[in-house]
Design a protein. Structure first.
Lengths: 275, 269
């Protein structure tokens, strides 16, 4: 069920594990008991490999450990057991090869769109002119060209998330880790953002680990869908196998519906699911 | 407003206007309030309320003390104390607040003292200040500084611990280390809180001023009022009060301007 495959491949033949771009090895995370409560197992030994340039989505009920999984890969959450390897090296903290997109956008509100996009470049010491040019490119890529000098509070939710996308892309990470990035958007904006993300991904390929609680989104975007269950384990990994580029036609096809239904069942009829 | 129009449409428009008063309208209302206040004052004085001088007498007195230079001298002396004390207090409060918010050790060491001194009114420090520091400028400025420090340090500290952890994480994943996170995230994120703290600190500096000038001053608005009290010279007391109010208001507006400038990125609550 685990193992790595190139995006969209249906061969079912596992590539050798050392080819994985990201590899979770028995990753466990237990949050210690706080204030008289009991310790919480957020991840209970996750094994998962993600190939270079693969687009993997993770879906599961709320509280099953999705954000923790992503946080461990980002280097923001130290695991209590196991390890994550990126390019074969264990993750010990955040790194420039991994870009992260947060659900709450996490834009710096005192900076403009341009200032936000340039932030990582500035930290990396990219000279001013190159910084400008690169920021310009990525702001254009997400379609915010006219808003480069706007402050986040003046932007809509979709535009803020596009700015966050440009900010992550500008550092040119090989890996994008996205935690329910479109969760706060209305249905229509969300679909547009999905198409835009796929469009950008098609042009500038990255390895993507995309977390969502929306089954449709998981199927539409992903080459593989990882179904997680509480507490913090991988229940099933499903090859989507739908053709790319994904279009409205794909979204409305019976094949899409079939996979969606299957994953829906895996997510919402998990054993012991009482809610 | 007074015209008769379709009653159905009117309430909506009225309600909207009430919620978002235009700038000019707001200023107009402020002016009306000012005139009403002075009118009421004149009325009370006219009715012969015990010893209350009317606006005209106070204005007359103000012209006198302006003419012979005492008001300017007093205002300058007081302003100097307030500004020095305020500058000293905030200059110490901002780094102390940052230290307390950023390092648990600093918090553990500083917080008990800050909380302790916060419970003592600056006025109560004065006897101690006189005994230890004498009757020069130093004790006055230090007492004012202490008041400004205590109000500003708390809000700086709260600004720092209130920084959204996802912003810190966002900076970390973009490659920022502790130093960059501090200068590029924590400082800008807490700046609006610091400015608010400075405004509160300024208020407390003025509040402490009069008390500080009770320490054998030769000059100053508080000193002058104190003297006037001895001679039952109410107009002078009023001139002093109004001068303190106007100067305080002007300085507060300046800081408000800074707050708008530095905190303009915030969502208006
Ligand atoms: N910092 C934390 N401290 C304690 N418990 C946490 C923390 N973060 C998450 N958890 C717990 O870990 C579990 C998994 O959380 P999370 O990874 O956020 O799930 P998801 O993203 O799937 O909703 C939840 O039960 C949550 O309450
Ligand atoms: Mg989550």
């Amino acid at each position: 069920m685990n193992g790595t495959r190139p995006d969209g491949a249906r061969t079912g033949k596992a590539a050798p594990p050392d080819a994985a771009k990201i590899e979770f090895r028995a990753v466990g995370k237990v949050y210690p008991a706080a204030g008289g409560g009991t310790a919480v197992t957020a991840l209970g030994g996750v094994d998962l490999g993600i190939a270079d340039e693969e687009f993997v989505t993770v879906v599961g009920p709320s509280g099953c450990g999705k954000s923790t999984l992503l946080g461990v890969a980002a280097g923001l959450v130290p695991p209590t057991s196991g390890e994550v390897l990126v390019d074969g090296r264990p993750v010990t903290g955040p790194g420039p090869e991994r870009g992260v997109i947060f659900q709450q956008y996490a834009l710096f509100p005192w900076l403009t769109v341009r200032g936000n996009v340039e932030f990582g470049l500035k930290v990396a010491g990219v000279p001013r002119r190159e910084r400008r040019a690169r920021a310009e490119h990525f702001i254009g890529l997400v379609g915010l060209g006219d808003f480069a000098d706007a402050h986040p509070r003046t932007l809509s939710g979709g535009m803020r998330q596009r700015c966050a996308l440009a900010r992550a892309y500008a550092a040119e990470p090989r890996i994008l880790l996205m935690d329910e990035p479109f969760g706060a958007l209305d249905a229509l904006t969300r679909v547009r953002m999905q198409d835009r993300l796929l469009d950008i991904w098609g042009r500038e390929r990255r390895t993507v680990l995309f977390i969502t609680h929306d089954v449709d989104e998981a199927v539409y975007l992903g080459g593989r869908v990882v179904v997680m269950a509480s507490p913090g384990r991988v229940q099933e990994v499903v090859d989507v196998g739908l053709p790319r580029p994904r279009t409205e036609e794909v979204r409305l096809s019976p094949e899409f519906a079939e996979i969606r239904n299957r994953i829906w069942h895996a997510v919402y009829h998990q054993e012991g699911n009482t809610t | 407003m007074g015209t008769v129009t379709a009653p159905a449409a009117q309430p909506v428009r009225e309600a909207r206007r009430r919620r978002v008063p235009s700038r000019a309208r707001g200023l107009g209302l402020n002016l009306v309030a000012l005139l009403l206040g002075i009118g009421l004052w004149a009325l009370l004085a006219g009715l012969g309320v015990q010893g209350l001088p009317g606006p005209v007498r106070v204005a007359h007195r103000a012209a006198e003390v302006l003419g012979d230079g005492t008001l300017e001298g007093d205002a300058l002396a007081s302003l100097r104390r307030v500004l020095l004390g305020f500058a000293l207090g905030t200059a110490l409060a901002v780094p102390a607040g940052f230290l307390m918010g950023w390092y648990g050790v600093a918090r553990g060491l500083l917080e008990p003292w800050v909380q302790f001194f916060r419970t003592i009114p600056p006025l109560a420090i004065i006897p101690l200040a006189i005994v230890v520091l004498g009757i020069g400028e130093t004790p006055k400025i230090l007492v004012i500084a202490l008041g400004a420090f205590l109000s500003c340090v708390i809000s700086t500290f709260q600004g720092v611990i209130g920084v959204d952890p996802t912003l810190v994480n966002a900076a970390r994943v973009l490659g920022a280390g502790d130093r960059v996170i501090f200068t590029r995230v924590v400082v800008p994120a807490s700046t609006p809180f610091i400015v608010v703290g400075m405004r509160i600190g300024l208020g407390s500096a003025w509040a402490t001023l009069v008390a500080a000038e009770l320490i054998a001053a030769q000059q100053g608005l508080g000193f002058r009022m104190q003297q006037a009290q001895v001679y039952y010279d109410l107009p002078t007391i009023f001139v002093g009060l109004i001068t303190i109010g106007v100067l305080g208001l002007l300085m507060d507006r300046l800081l408000l301007l800074a707050e708008r400038r530095l905190g303009g990125w915030q969502d208006r609550r």
